[in-house]
Design a protein around this ligand. Structure first.
Ligand code: MG
Length: 389
């Protein structure tokens, strides 16, 4: 290991979303350590334009070909791409060593594997990719020597609590969950929840998909599966604890009953920074955690009766194979339908369960097979919603 932190040359996939914006704040603040080489956005072209002016990336990818064409004439020194292939073109840039993956969903699956094959550091803020294709991603990691640094606050906490402790001494990991905005609402009222209510998270300020996932606790379910793959745990080693203040980000219990936790204010810039600087720590300048001021931290068991998402996670953990891809794809379609006011909040659980428990079990051995499971599941979920909801 060298004695100083190397400058990181970064591709940021998902630069206009909540994690993307926070990542650019971190990069800007510590500009002497980081260089943005490539940016990928969806449809928020106005914000992207401002970001291009500030960070002068060499390559940029957007969702639509038309936007790529328009931007090319505005920024002649930058190369523009579009679509899912565009993401791969960014990751192929030779001068890169780091990719921040912050696009929700599974569109960045191929780009993720390409980044791993190229031996880069992957700062992973996307959980759906690991849930859908964790076994294949881990196999690619073993072959290439690339490293994954978790950005999700819970997984960053586990990563830090694991540190250099012997893996065989890990008894279990405990992921904390804020419980979301409806942690105390009776299940009978779930069908009346509007998308607007579900989007207002009490602690974290996040994008739409993850806000709905937090409200259903599907987010925690995805995180349980993500943890399994990231840290190569057995299903029984993964537990959940509700912790409304989101100060203790997660804990690891060892075989001697010692528990190591990681704490911090709920601000995604902290785990983003750590994923970029590991194994070093920079002077962040962010506010200190004042536990005397917070004065109390609460913990309680999750209610798996009201939040059936946690039972679904157990099913995926036990089953493995294609069950993560099916679970995640069904949830993505259900969330979209809920946001479009086509189904109720309570329907999300019914739809995902119905699709998941009726799916054929397979063990995918290629990315193409995972992709086709995702497409097939999305089609079936769309049909189910059209027919029965
Ligand atoms: Mg999280």
């Amino acid at each position: 290991m060298s004695t100083t932190m190397q400058k990181r040359n970064i591709a940021l996939l998902g630069c206009t979303g909540s994690i993307g914006i926070s990542s650019l704040e971190v990069i800007h603040r510590h500009g002497e350590h980081f260089q943005v080489q490539a940016l990928a956005a969806g449809n928020n072209i106005d914000l992207l334009r401002r970001q291009i002016r500030i960070f002068s990336p060499r390559r940029v990818s957007v969702r639509e070909a038309e936007d790529a064409r328009r931007l090319s004439s505005e920024f002649p020194n930058c190369r523009f791409f579009h679509g899912r292939e565009g993401l791969e073109r960014l990751v192929e840039l030779e001068t890169l060593d780091t990719v921040i993956l912050a696009i929700p969903g599974t569109d960045s699956l191929a780009a993720t594997v390409t980044a791993i094959q190229r031996g880069m550091r992957l700062c992973l803020a996307n959980k759906e990719t690991m849930v859908a294709a964790g076994d294949l991603i881990n196999a690619a990691l073993d072959r290439s020597g690339a490293e994954i640094l978790p950005v999700d606050s819970e997984h960053s906490a586990i990563f830090q609590a694991l540190a250099d402790n012997p893996r065989e001494a890990v008894h279990r990991v405990i992921l904390t969950a804020s419980g979301g905005p409806f942690s105390r609402l009776p299940a009978a009222k779930f069908s009346c929840i509007t998308p607007e209510e579900a989007l207002a998270h009490p602690v974290w300020d996040m994008g739409q998909k993850i806000s709905i996932d937090s409200a259903t606790m599907m987010n925690k379910a995805l995180e349980m599966v993500e943890a399994r793959h990231l840290f190569r745990l057995n299903p029984h080693q993964i537990d959940i604890l509700i912790h409304p203040q989101s100060i203790v980000h997660s804990l690891v219990e060892y075989s001697d009953s010692s528990v190591i936790a990681q704490l911090g204010l709920p601000d995604m810039k902290l785990p983003i920074l750590y994923s970029l600087t590991y194994p070093w720590r920079l002077t962040s300048g962010y506010p200190s955690l004042d536990l005397a001021k917070i004065s109390r931290l609460d913990f309680h068991e999750p209610d798996t009766g009201r939040f059936r998402s946690l039972g679904m996670a157990r099913h995926v953990l036990e089953r493995g194979g294609n069950s993560g891809a099916v679970f995640n794809a069904a949830n993505e379609v259900a969330v979209e339908a809920f946001l479009a006011h086509r189904i109720s909040f309570a329907d999300i659980f019914d739809i995902v369960e119905k699709i998941m428990y009726n799916a054929d079990f397979e063990v995918p051995d290629s990315l193409e097979e995972v992709e086709s499971t995702i497409l097939e599941t999305k089609r079936k979920t769309g049909e189910l919603i059209a027919k029965e909801f």
